[in-house]
Design a protein around this ligand. Structure first.
Ligand code: GTP
Ligand code: SPV
Ligand code: MN
Length: 588
């Protein structure tokens, strides 16, 4: 065996015995091995090589048509007591998991290979990083994990004889929808995923480990695992201030993390640096500030809507060594396309299902709405110099946000940490294609963690409140709420969004530094119209007014919605009820 780690040896022997692969292959992290796997993937049709002149190192993959997004209804927390999973998670007892789900793994790798992927979340060898080992029968998963995480022998060296690791058991099995399960065992730090081969269901380092399992570890150890992007705003004088922001899936994290400043800002010397686009591990530093690090090594980004206009840095990130999944393949030049890339869809193409597709005459979308690119972080032109800093970056602000057509204004600031936690706990957003199910319905999604919190969400709120109990609360990041998605009567977005969002970040960061004013409202502090820099932007005064409006009637409804949501919890911290009562009183 390649490892001296007894626990790993035993577990791998168990996996092989259970799933009966023909062969066990260790992923060593070398380019030579990955290249061989790409070639093998091509021979089976799993991977398609794209135009190597235009897209060097890039490949295409179709997932199974029934397997295109996370399956929240089939995602379970398997702790001993149901109340520890809480009212917002599916729960299965470990015993039931053994009788109901374990049999699905029996012999599932017969005729296949079992790939063993040792990986590190966070820079290899950093004391703040964590190690996982995923076994899988999917070459696509191996190649994707090699982009999204740090994989290979160097991880085994750090693991050593006695190191701890999260066990990830994955098999695409039959890709059967009825028998698809994504299980998490927070106590034994195990993940079982069967009958899916896509995204957060199958790349176990991502949501399963870095959020669901890590959130439970963080609670024990006094830190936080959050569904947040991390970015730095560099000012003309060279100072960089950092922001972490939680938006639900497909609500703009990747876009904000890589934003290109508007022309006027660029001329003045503003820059934005991306530290992470999806996940943040946040720990208190010795100086009393909170530090955020990105445990991932790549971007698993939403393709549709990504263009040189909306997100040129994401586009640049995908020009080499990238895997594209479920987008359109242009047969004329063997490149890719998706809705929103440009106004020039290919005519001679195949859609995400592999059917002939002509973009000029098509009546159906060519790219699946949750089609994605898997791109190395180092490709990103605005990747932060702190990307590999294991300590992370000190946060000035934390931001929550969602898709709200009406209720939420463009931005508001919470009154203090506890109120900020309340604002996060009360977050709501319209559902998107990132998860299977209905799209566009408003649901409560606290801290954008509804699908990702590995334990009772009431305890999670308490943990957030506890993180604010520090000797000097003035050193904590201030907490804000944003909404890029407010609509006018015709259903059009009022705020231009994307790069222009820097105008809102500038106000947020100025607030954190005590450099600018605000107006108190019942829901929090809002910029006065003159506080936002709108130079170079043609926004009607009426539109600005609508963006900054707090409609008290709608907010009274919101209070009812939050109250109904809170009623689900039997472990809701008293403080949050007090916050809700206080909001109600302020609204009159
Ligand atoms: P996950 O990877 O699922 O966690 O998604 P994400 O939060 O990173 O979302 P992403 O940045 O990929 O954006 C998802 C969709 O929202 C894309 O279609 C974007 O074009 C759109 N979007 C992002 N930012 C904005 C914005 O500021 N305004 C508007 N109107 N749309 C935006
Ligand atoms: C999300 O849904 O929030 C994602 C994509 O980032 S997935 O990896 O599928 O979870
Ligand atoms: Mn995400």
């Amino acid at each position: 065996m390649k490892t001296t780690n007894r626990a790993l040896q035993q577990w791998l022997a168990y996996c092989a015995d259970l799933m009966k692969p023909d062969e066990v292959v260790w992923i060593d992290g070398t380019e030579a091995q990955l290249e061989q796997l790409r070639a093998e993937g091509m021979s089976t049709g799993e991977m398609i090589k794209l135009n190597q002149e235009l897209l060097p190192g890039c490949y295409y993959h179709h997932s199974h048509p029934n397997d295109v997004a996370r399956v929240e209804g089939r995602t379970y927390i398997c702790c001993e007591q149901q109340e520890d999973a809480g009212p917002t998670n599916n729960w299965m007892s470990p015993e039931e998991a053994r009788t109901r789900v374990l049999p699905l793994f029996e012999g599932c790798m017969a005729g296949r290979r079992m790939y063993v992927i040792p990986y590190s979340m966070g820079p290899v060898g950093s004391p703040l990083s964590k190690i996982g080992v995923e076994v899988t029968d999917s070459i696509y998963v191996v190649l994707s994990m090699a982009i999204m995480t740090r994989v290979g022998d160097r991880v085994l060296e750090v693991l050593g004889e006695n190191g701890e690791f999260v066990k990830g058991l994955h098999s695409k099995a039959q890709l059967s929808e009825e028998d698809r399960y994504i299980l998490h065992f927070p106590q034994s730090k195990e993940i079982w995923s069967v009958n899916s081969g896509y995204g957060g269901n199958a790349l176990l380092g991502k949501k399963c480990f870095s959020l669901r399992i890590a959130s439970t570890i963080g609670r024990e150890e006094g830190w936080m695992a959050e569904h947040m992007l991390i970015l730095g705003v560099e000012y003309p004088n060279g100072e960089v201030r950092y922001v972490a922001a939680a938006f639900p899936s497909a609500c703009g994290k990747t876009n904000l993390a890589m934003l290109v400043p508007p022309e006027g800002y660029r001329q003045k010397g503003f820059k934005v640096w991306c530290v992470g686009d999806d996940i943040a591990w946040i720990r208190p530093g010795e100086d009393g500030r909170l530090y955020a690090m990105n445990p991932e090594n790549g971007f698993f980004g939403v393709a549709p809507g990504t263009s040189d206009k909306t997100n040129p840095n994401a586009m640049a990130s995908t020009r080499r060594n990238t895997i594209f999944t479920n987008v359109v393949r242009n047969l004329d030049n063997n490149t890719v396309w998706w809705e929103g890339m440009d106004k020039n869809p290919p005519e001679n193409a195949v859609d995400w299902l592999g059917n002939p597709w002509n973009g000029k005459t098509a009546t159906v979308k060519g790219a699946q709405p949750n089609s994605r690119f898997t791109a190395p972080a180092i490709n990103c032109p605005c990747i932060s110099s702190e990307f590999e800093n294991p300590k992370g970056v000190p946060l000035s602000a934390m931001v929550f946000g969602g898709r709200r057509a009406r209720t939420a204004p463009l931005v508001f600031e919470s009154f203090d940490w506890a109120h900020g936690v309340f604002v996060g706990s009360a977050m709501a957003s319209e559902t998107t294609a990132a998860a299977a199910g209905q799209i566009g319905v408003v649901r409560r999604d606290p801290m954008a963690m509804l699908p990702f919190c590995g334990y009772n969400m009431g305890d999670y709120f308490a943990h957030w409140l506890r993180m604010g109990e520090v000797p000097d609360p003035g050193k904590l990041p201030k907490i804000f709420h944003v909404n890029w998605f407010k609509q006018d009567e015709q259903g059009a977005f009022i705020w231009p969004g994307f790069g222009e969002n820097l105008r809102v970040l500038e106000w947020i960061l100025a607030r954190c530094a005590g450099e600018i004013g605000a107006e108190d409202t019942p829901i929090g502090r809002l910029p006065r119209p003159e506080d936002l820099n709108l130079e170079g932007l043609s926004l009607e005064p009426e539109a600005l007014k609508a963006l900054l409006q707090v409609d008290e009637a709608l907010w009274r409804q919101e209070v009812e919605g939050v109250a109904a949501f809170y009623d689900k919890f039997d472990r809701l911290p008293e403080e949050l009820r007090r916050q809700l009562e206080a909001l109600k009183r302020r609204l009159g």
